[in-house]
Design a protein around this ligand. Structure first.
Ligand SMILES: [Zn+2]
Length: 225
């Protein structure tokens, strides 16, 4: 059974959803579910970069971890399995973005950079941008070393994204990325955060850490109608 999570903050002018294991990132299933031809579905080649790709027209996938477009009818997406998938939308300007933020992307401020592109290239105002943050590994389960904490602190400063659990330092990447959106002046009421931790729900979600590396990917998709 296909299961998708539809954040309730987006208006009807956009198709936006997060997948769980089924359909995951299966393009044929996504295409039949949405009625969008697979040639109009765009997934970048993700490499944990901070590269934000502006998609003006359909093209071959290139390396990027965020995609921004105002082209109607193109379903842009990202894949994740513990990393944070984010969907952004400005209903007035009809500009959509999909972001993949793991710890490296978070440390290189990919959310801030994507919002910058929306503002500079498409004249979006932060107060108009809606943000949905999908299922990811949360602070309950994401123990990390001092190098990761230092890298994220360099981008974010101190914050509630960092916590001690059972004597280990843990990071909540969803909160760290929410904080980056807040810091770009996106109102808190514009931000939706999934409560689900991928590691806590391995029957429902792919979790890279739970599966010790060998796993599929769920996804986040958005299209301007
Ligand atoms: Zn958890």
């Amino acid at each position: 059974m296909h299961r998708v999570i539809v954040p309730d903050i987006f208006p009807h002018s956009v198709t936006a959803f997060f997948t769980a294991k089924d359909p995951g990132s299966n393009i044929d299933d996504i295409s039949s579910m949405t009625g969008i031809c697979r040639t109009h579905i765009y997934l970048p080649v993700q490499k944990h970069t901070d590269r934000v790709l502006v998609l003006n027209a359909l093209r071959e996938p290139s390396i990027a971890d965020a995609v921004v477009t105002n082209e109607r009818g193109i379903l842009i997406g990202v894949q994740a399995a513990d990393c944070v998938p984010l969907l952004l939308y400005d209903p007035g300007k009809k500009v959509a973005a999909a972001i993949h933020a793991g710890w490296r992307g978070t440390a290189s401020s990919i959310v801030r950079k994507t919002i910058d592109v929306m503002m500079n290239r498409f004249s979006c105002e932060p107060g108009d941008i809606m943000v949905a943050i999908g299922p990811s590994i949360r602070g309950c389960c994401y123990a990390v070393g001092p190098d990761v904490i230092e890298a994220i602190a360099h981008a974010n400063g101190n914050g509630s994204y960092c916590m001690i659990r059972q004597g280990r330092s843990c990071i909540d990447l969803a909160i760290a990325n929410r904080d980056q959106a807040l810091c770009m002046n996106i109102p808190e009421s514009n931000i939706w955060v999934s409560r689900d931790c991928t590691f806590c729900n391995p029957e429902r979600y792919f979790s890279y850490r739970y599966a010790k590396g060998s796993t599929g990917r769920q996804a986040a998709f958005i299209a301007v109608r």
